[in-house]
Ligand binder design. Structure first.
Ligand code: E4P
Length: 216
C-alpha cells in the first residue's frame, strides 16, 4: 500500500512530505474551502512540494462543465489528477478525459458496482469512502475487500484509493486486503507513528544511558 495525504493544507503537506511516506495528495472542495485561498494557487503550490499524483476536484455537475474544468486544472501541472463525482455525468466525463489521456479519480464511491462502473469508464483511480460508511452504521472496510476482490478477479488496473480514513485500523486492514493506496489525513499519519511502548522504550534507553554516564 502507498500513501497519499488527504488535505489542502500546505504545512501538513510539507510535514508529511518530509517524513518520506507520502507519494501523492488528494483534495476536495471542502478541504480547499477550509484553506480560504484561491483553488488554482493552492493546487499549484502543492505541485511544487509533492512529486506525485495530486487530485483536484471539479465542481460542475454536467459532463461538459466537468471536462472544461478538467482542461483548466490539468494545465496546472503534469501530476494533476481530475477528481470526478460518481454520477452518470461523472462517468461521461471520465470516459472523455481518459480518451484524452488525462488521469481521473472517481470519488464518493459507496458500492462495489459504482467502483466497477468507474473502472470501466476508464478511471485511473476510484475512491471508496470508508469512514462515511462507518458513520451510517455500514462496514466501510468490507466495501474495500469487495472492490479489491472484484478488481483482482476481473484483472482491472484501476487503482483503489481508500478514502475517508479515520484511524490507523482502517489503514492496516485495507493494506492487508490489498488496496493500492490510502489517502490519509495528517492527524492519522501521526497516529500511525505512535505506540506507547515506543515512547516507553525511548525513555528507558535514555535513563539507562544517562545512568551509565556514557558519551557519544
Ligand atoms: C477523498 O479523496 C476525500 O477527500 C476524503 O477522504 C473525504 O474524507 P472525509 O469523509 O473525512 O471528509
Amino acid at each position: 500500500m502507498r500513501f497519499f495525504i488527504d488535505t489542502a493544507n500546505i504545512e501538513e503537506i510539507k510535514e508529511a512530505n518530509e517524513l518520506g511516506v507520502i507519494c501523492g495528495v488528494t483534495t476536495n472542495p471542502s478541504l480547499i474551502a477550509k484553506e480560504g485561498r484561491d483553488f488554482i494557487e493552492v493546487v499549484k503550490e502543492i505541485s511544487t512540494i509533492v512529486d506525485g499524483p495530486i487530485s483536484a476536484e471539479v465542481i460542475s455537475l454536467d459532463h461538459k462543465g466537468m471536462v472544461e474544468e478538467a482542461d483548466k486544472l490539468s494545465k496546472i501541472h503534469k501530476n494533476i489528477v481530475i477528481k470526478l463525482p460518481m454520477t452518470l455525468e461523472g462517468l461521461k466525463a471520465t470516459k472523455i478525459l481518459s480518451q484524452k489521456g488525462i488521469k481521473t479519480n472517481v470519488t464518493l464511491i459507496f458500492s462495489a458496482t459504482q467502483a466497477l462502473l468507474a473502472a470501466r469508464a476508464g478511471a485511473t483511480y476510484v475512491s471508496p469512502f470508508v469512514g462515511r460508511l462507518d458513520d451510517i452504521g455500514q462496514d466501510g472496510l468490507s466495501l474495500i475487500e469487495e472492490i479489491v476482490d472484484i478488481f483482482n478477479v476481473n484483472a482491472i488496473e484501476t487503482e483503489i484509493i481508500v478514502a475517508s480514513v479515520r484511524n490507523s485500523i482502517h489503514v492496516a486492514q485495507a493494506a492487508r486486503m490489498g488496496a493500492d493506496i490510502a489517502t490519509v489525513p495528517y492527524k492519522v499519519i501521526t497516529q500511525m507513528t505512535k505506540h506507547p511502548l515506543t515512547d516507553k522504550g525511548i525513555e528507558n534507553f535514555l535513563k539507562d544511558w544517562e545512568g551509565a554516564s556514557l558519551k557519544l
